[in-house]
Design a protein around this ligand. Structure first.
Ligand code: F6P
Length: 341
């Protein structure tokens, strides 16, 4: 067989590990050939391809980013985008495509499969961990480790100065990173997109903590968290498409300082959470996903997504992964709340 790979949407640690696994499994196990499409869906739309060999993909497991690069190009918003993808598949004599991406990539893959007959399998990735029908996406664990490390560092300086430090983390629609990172880093309050910010409760919790002699606090806020009266991200994105987030941490720090009287500063972790080497967990998950996706292609099981369910790698129909985000499990937030204040 001949198969293509693309990586779409925001990058995350582990993408290169998936590419390496697909190439290795295809060549060694199935004697198949693999090509890479560059820059997400732009690759097949504009027919930008490169060969992927064992040699060219060795030593990649620990490398962050993606050697195929990525983009947020949506072929359904390009002139004859889907038709051009099918032409490129034909031109390169490909039997199937593995699309590695988040929710947007899943939706495009689903439409390409159901409306144009593209033989496609999806591997879910995103640091946000918000893709449905899989317990975890790779990239998430690395991001959580980066947040935990940052909170450890913020703790020592917050304590030295008797400050409240607000740490803004990624997570546009879901608070997985904020919640897991906050639990791991011992946060005193965590704010997530799933629940409007109750500023009175934040202030009361910090004051209570300071009243019991802890003169510093760490607050973690997801970039998608919203103050009660501000528009939701979903409303904003209806008008503008993929909105650039950031700023809630700074906004919150000003309010906390004003209402508590404690000196408060904000730090934004931003793309630091997406860069660098994947954690060991993400390397293993990405490798398992890549091998399973390759098997599915060779079994001609198309229109499927690989998924971590429990500790097993299974495959699910793409319909299960599209149109609904996997928001934070609020029972985990309950655990986090035990340590607030
Ligand atoms: O979807 C992953 C993510 O990292 C979000 O948490 C964040 O809002 C977004 O990507 C940022 O995307 P970009 O780097 O394109 O601005």
């Amino acid at each position: 067989m001949r198969l293509g790979i693309l990586t779409g949407g925001g990058d995350c640690p582990g993408l290169n590990a998936v590419i390496r696994a697909i190439v290795r499994q295809s060549i060694r196990r199935y004697s198949s050939e693999v090509v890479g499409y560059l820059e997400g869906w732009r690759g097949p739309v504009e027919n930008i391809v490169m060969p992927l060999t064992l040699q060219g993909t060795s030593g990649l497991i620990q490398r962050g980013g993606t050697i195929l690069r990525t983009s947020r190009v949506n072929p359904f918003k390009q002139e004859r985008g889907p038709e051009r993808i099918m032409e490129s598949i034909k031109k390169n004599t490909l039997d199937a495509l593995v699309a590695v991406g988040g929710e947007d990539t899943c939706s495009v893959a689903h439409k390409m499969h159901s409306q144009y007959g593209l033989n496609v399998v999806v591997v879910p990735k995103t640091i946000d961990n918000d893709v449905s029908a899989t317990d975890f996406t790779f990239g998430f664990d690395t991001a959580v480790n980066i947040v935990a490390d940052a909170l450890d560092r913020l703790h020592t300086t917050a304590e030295s100065h008797n400050r409240v430090l607000v740490c803004e983390v990624m997570g546009r629609h879901a608070g997985w990173i904020a919640c897991y990172g906050g639990i791991a880093g011992g946060a005193d309050y965590i704010l997530v997109p799933e629940k409007p910010i109750d500023i009175d409760d934040v202030v009361a919790t910090i004051k209570k903590r300071h009243a019991r002699g802890r003169d510093f606090s760490i607050v973690v806020v997801a970039e998608g968290a919203r103050l009660g009266d501000s528009p939701t991200l979903k409303d904003i994105e209806m008008d503008t498409g993929h909105a650039k987030l950031g700023g809630i941490g700074e906004q919150l720090a000003k309010i906390i300082e004003k209402l508590t009287g404690y000196e408060t500063r904000a730090s934004v972790l931003g793309h630091i959470q997406r860069g660098g080497s994947p954690s060991a967990f993400d390397r293993v998950l990405a490798t398992r996903f890549g091998c399973k996706a390759t098997d599915l292609i060779h079994e001609k099981k198309f229109g499927r997504m690989v998924s971590l369910t429990g500790n097993e790698i299974i495959d699910v129909p793409l319909e299960q992964a599209v149109d609904k985000l996997k928001t934070l499990d609020m029972s985990i937030m309950k655990v986090a709340e035990t340590f607030f204040g």
